[in-house]
Design a protein around this ligand. Sequence first.
Ligand SMILES: *Cc1c(COP(=O)(O)O)cnc(C)c1O
Length: 415
Amino acid sequence: MQSPQIFSKLVIPATIAAGPGPGNTDTRVLEAFAGAGIADHMHGDVLRGMIECKHMLRQIWGTENTHTFGVAGTGWSGLDVMFSAVMPGDKVVVFVNGTFSGIDGLTVRMKAATAEELAANPLDPQPASVTIINVPHGQSVTGEIVDAALAEHKPKWAAMAHWETGSGRINDIQGFSDACEKHGAMGLVDAVSSLGVEDFRIDDYPGVAGWASCPQKGICCLPLTYAPVSLTDRYVDTLKTTGTRSFVHHPLMEARHWGIIDGQDVEKGTYHRTHSAYAVAAFHEALRIALQQTVAQRAKDYTHHEAALRKAVAAMGCEVTSNMTSLVVLNLPGALAGREMELVQNCRARNFGIWPTLSEPVQVRIGILNLLSEATIRDIVVRFGQAIEELGGSVDHAAVNAALERHYRVAVAAE
Ligand SMILES: *Cc1c(COP(=O)(O)O)cnc(C)c1O
């Protein structure tokens, strides 16, 4: 008999998660995860924790939508629940300005395709009922673009990423919501990168019928815990008339375990699937932290520290093309153009976890999720400067330091 091949115990090192996500998890969240007992998914405290999460999520997201809850998994899990109301033949317009909205577009095309359209190109269907509006990488989707497309196509649904993490661009959510209202479309928004980072309230955007986010970016929980979703009554009423072909990702069935039944909050959830006491405990703690810190304060901190990082990399000769406050997307100085991937790989080899863009053009992405202190920003700047020098680039350290000093000292003086 062959002896079994047993690998040595897997050790995953600590890294600086300076990318678009996952972000750096608070130790309180890790402790909550590791400290949960093996309570099953119908244990009273687990069910109570889920109900409390639901209520905290509504506060963080500024909404009275009853259908606000977590979907087990990551961002795509929440998005799959949200997009599940899109049925074959539905007319949809999707705005694409980067990697993630591109995948949202693919999801929509898979769901809106008729059986024939799906069979014709199963991995990349091109249904006649879906219009993809491509906005170039590095640019934002504007209200005018949305208004023009919805006026022309008059779709049932319109979809857009709020913050497109692939290119680091913030899209015009007010313009999107207004255009959806004006043209009678139901908006579906990928808010995976914006929730917990920008201070916004769902209920201020009545044109948007569905929102989906993720656990491990602005909410600072662990991947594979809970992806928040929030759905309006209009979305729910529409779904009730069409149904959807999923049990596990059925928005109404999934909501039952969170104590949302027949559109009402009930005292106790009922079984939908096995939930994890570890995931519930971690998510609960992450939401408590967000409410204690407040999203408004976090949003200010992101703005403050992103501006510092932006100034420092500009002083190194990089060109920043993003406008998100949790992520800087940049081109290297001219002399190093084309060597972005090499630089990123060098950094990653040292557990300094920055990222390239995942679709063309190749750019460098440096994120600051839950890295909101002057010390961590300075550490990132030093490491990034070293990586540039390692490739033979030159860094004007005096200029970089002066930019950081000016930013942090002037900001402090102004307070
Ligand atoms: C990260 C991200 C996703 C994908 O989320 P996963 O957690 O990887 O499933 C989708 N959309 C946007 C805008 C994102 O930033």
